[in-house]
Ligand binder design. Structure first.
Ligand SMILES: [Zn+2]
Length: 120
């Protein structure tokens, strides 16, 4: 039996976790990462998650706006793309088609940032 690390996003054997790490789902190795780095990894995950949802809510948009001002460049960039997507087409259904038709630039950004993977 292993345990899931939410930072490296994979199953690891139990011995890779400390007692505390078990509960927080962070392995020993990831627990040693600087807090900012750990946070950034989780925030990138979070941003991908919004695209996977069937709908990006108002509450999500507020959160994304906050992430746009992250000091982490990647987090800020991804958040700004998803924020824009959430504004023009919050519903996942038919989103890519809609973007291809009306917001080609935005679709290109989804592609360039690999965010488009969240749609597959
Ligand atoms: Zn880990």
């Amino acid at each position: 039996m292993g345990h899931w690390c939410k930072i490296c996003d994979r199953m690891l054997p139990n011995e890779k976790f400390s007692g505390k790490g078990h509960k927080s789902h962070i392995c020993k190795k990831c627990a040693r990462l600087p807090k900012e780095k750990r946070e950034a990894i989780m925030q990138v995950d979070e941003i991908f998650g919004y695209l996977k949802q069937s709908n990006i809510s108002q509450k999500n948009l507020i959160r994304l706006k906050k992430l746009c001002s992250s000091s982490n460049k990647k987090v800020a960039e991804l958040a700004s793309v998803v924020l824009e997507v959430g504004r023009v087409k919050p519903h996942k259904r038919g989103r890519l088609k809609y973007l291809a038709r009306e917001h080609e630039n935005l679709l290109r950004k989804l592609d360039e940032t690999d965010l488009i993977i969240a749609h597959h």
